[in-house]
Design a protein around this ligand. Structure first.
Ligand SMILES: [Zn+2]
Length: 199
């Protein structure tokens, strides 16, 4: 799955030298060669994925584990006062390499880093509309997944299928806003969604 022209794939292959500080099953972490602060580390998945929405769950799990472990260690050894964890999706957001990453940037008192985001006043109705839009999309996507399980388009164990049917029933009954707690936690929705995307 490596991309020949990808800087991070080249680092992963060893064609471009890097200073690795951490590795687990899903990712590596290297020191940034253009650090914005002391201890600036980049966490890179071992597989080439451009965006987080396509990142397999197991790799997501390992990447968050790496971010957690490194943030803890960096705080202890560098005595930084805080950390920014940056993840840029898309060029407009500052993504420079077509291979996703998390950047761990230790912060120190009086450092020169400036992250400025101007807040604006938002109309309450507009927020309500946004909430409706997002929750409906999640609900629709979950329904599609559960219906695919019900209709046998996704093969799962009987236990998972029964849980999916129960979840489908409870979603059909009420709940204008889909909440995770309305769904039996044993149904691994994200994992199954990956399966669904294959259709
Ligand atoms: Zn790559």
């Amino acid at each position: 799955m490596a991309d020949e022209k990808c800087l991070f794939c080249e680092i992963l292959k060893g064609s471009i030298p890097s200073l690795k500080v951490f590795e687990n099953e899903g990712c590596i972490a290297v020191l940034s060669i253009k650090p914005v602060s002391k201890g600036h580390v980049i966490v890179i998945p071992k597989q080439h994925h451009s965006f987080i929405n396509n990142l397999p769950d197991d790799i997501s799990f390992h990447m968050l584990g790496a971010v957690k472990a490194l943030s803890t260690i960096l705080t202890q050894i560098l005595l930084c006062s805080g950390i920014n964890v940056m993840h840029n999706i898309g060029g407009i957001a500052g993504q420079k390499v077509n291979h996703l990453c998390f950047e761990i940037i230790p912060r120190y008192a009086n450092d020169k880093i400036k992250i400025e985001m101007l807040e604006s006043k938002t109309d309450e109705n507009e927020l309500y509309e946004q909430q409706k839009l997002i929750t409906s999309a999640i609900r629709d996507s979950t329904m599609k997944l559960l219906e695919a399980i019900r209709d046998g388009k996704i093969q799962v164990s009987d236990e998972v299928k029964n849980q999916a049917l129960k979840a489908l029933e409870s979603i059909n009954k009420d709940k204008p806003v889909l909440r995770k707690e309305n769904i039996n936690s044993k149904v691994d929705l994200l994992k199954l969604e990956d399966e669904l995307n294959k259709f």
